[in-house]
Design a protein around this ligand. Structure first.
Ligand SMILES: [Zn+2]
Ligand SMILES: [Zn+2]
Length: 391
């Protein structure tokens, strides 16, 4: 029938086509806009990069310079009044339901000027993609109706909704609100429930905010970064080259002598070091001490376990009080908590010379080894094994 379009597909085929088309858009956003343009963590073959740019014009009307600038500003001002889309500041509802509007509001000339450097300004960009930004999605509508007939209307609608809902709403909103944190980065970014196929690995938002220059977003064995899969695939054909995804520090088995490099390696790898401190010291010690805690504290145990390792600037006053009451009650917990902050002083304090840092780290390890807390002693030995280079 003519009203089912040139292809005359079944319902199942139509659904698969819709998922396929939106998937190409997601890959364009995560590889081209996010990893390549905004963070420069990925080199792309110019033809492939232009295909992504063209596809984004057809399916989203996003202009590379605008998206890039707003996203860079998001990282630079995260969870402050200036952050274009922080759910912590603006409220989750607003970011989830008005994500696209927030982008439109944020694209001011000052923001584009300050954060939009190194983005395409060629003839096609100026004369077509930017000047006629809505022409692409209009053409897409015509193509959809031509190929799929009346069904082209809903396929086009799904295409138009995909990025506003998944990227602007879910990742920017939920990804800064609910979910788990592998690392205590300074903002509220979270990894959210496995959505890899739908959002190309972007749901690993806590990993990304911790290591924004890494083109690989997954960090743990169960995390899936679909975008990274595509990067590897394109790399096979010489079309992509990832940057900044290799480990920045190494643990050398048997190394027990500390030097200035050890301090540097630990500071470079600080988020991972603090994650290990949580796993190897805080959690086992807390489990040991659990029976000694007062009954009143036990219902809040899970919360306190989180607070113990939470990035200090993200703890509210009321939570700080709860945490303090726990620490006042238990000297061992107080000790491992204070030790974690002494360790963080190694990279938080400004203007300290490297030999003074080495002295501080040596002292830290000496105290840890004399603490009588087995997990702390083992952690000190582990710290000494760090080096900037592998064996
Ligand atoms: Zn973010
Ligand atoms: Zn980013």
């Amino acid at each position: 029938m003519w009203y089912y379009g040139l292809l005359d597909l079944s319902v199942l085929q139509l659904v698969l086509v819709a998922l396929g088309l939106t998937h190409v858009t997601i890959v364009s956003v995560t590889l081209y806009l996010h990893r390549h343009s905004a963070h420069n963590s990925l080199d792309l073959n110019p033809v492939l990069a232009h295909f992504f740019r063209f596809w984004l014009w057809l399916t989203t009307s996003i202009v590379t310079k605008e998206w890039t600038a707003i996203h860079r500003k998001h990282h630079a001002t995260c969870e402050t009044e200036n952050d274009p889309h922080s759910p912590v500041v603006k409220g989750l509802r607003k970011v989830v339901f008005e994500g696209a509007e927030l982008y439109a509001d944020a694209a001011t000339p000052e923001t584009l000027e300050r954060f939009g450097q190194r983005t395409p300004e060629d003839w096609v960009e100026r004369k077509i993609y930017t000047r006629h930004r809505s022409l692409g999605i209009t053409l897409m509508a015509l193509v959809d109706v031509m190929l799929f007939g009346v069904n082209g209307i809903w396929i086009w609608a799904v295409q138009m909704m995909w990025i506003p809902v998944w990227a602007a709403g879910v990742i920017n909103g939920v990804g800064h609100f609910f979910g788990y944190r592998n690392y205590e980065c300074a903002d509220n970014a979270r990894n959210i429930f496995p959505l890899a196929l739908l959002v190309g690995g972007e749901e690993l938002h806590n990993n990304h905010h911790t290591y924004p220059n890494s083109s690989k977003l997954s960090r743990r064995w169960f995390e899936v970064d679909i975008g990274w899969g595509y990067i590897r695939l394109f790399q096979l054909f010489g079309l992509a080259r990832p940057k900044g995804y290799r480990p920045i520090a190494h643990s050398v088995p048997g190394k027990q002598v500390m030097d200035v490099e050890t301090v540097q390696a630990i500071a470079n790898n600080r988020f991972d070091i603090m994650r290990q401190y949580r796993k190897r010291v805080m959690e086992p010690v807390l489990r040991q001490q659990k029976t000694l805690l007062e009954e009143a504290i036990k219902p809040r145990y899970r919360k306190l376990k989180t607070l113990l390792s939470r990035e200090i600037t993200l703890i509210h006053a009321a939570e700080k009080e709860q945490l303090d009451s726990l620490l006042d009650e238990n000297a061992v917990l107080r000790q491992i908590y204070d030790k974690s902050h002494e360790l963080q002083a190694l990279w938080r304090q400004r203007g300290v010379r490297s030999h003074e840092k080495l002295q501080a780290l040596t002292e830290w390890c000496r105290e840890a080894e004399a603490s009588g807390i087995r997990y702390l002693e083992e952690f000190a030995a582990h710290l000494k094994s760090y080096s900037l280079r592998p064996v």
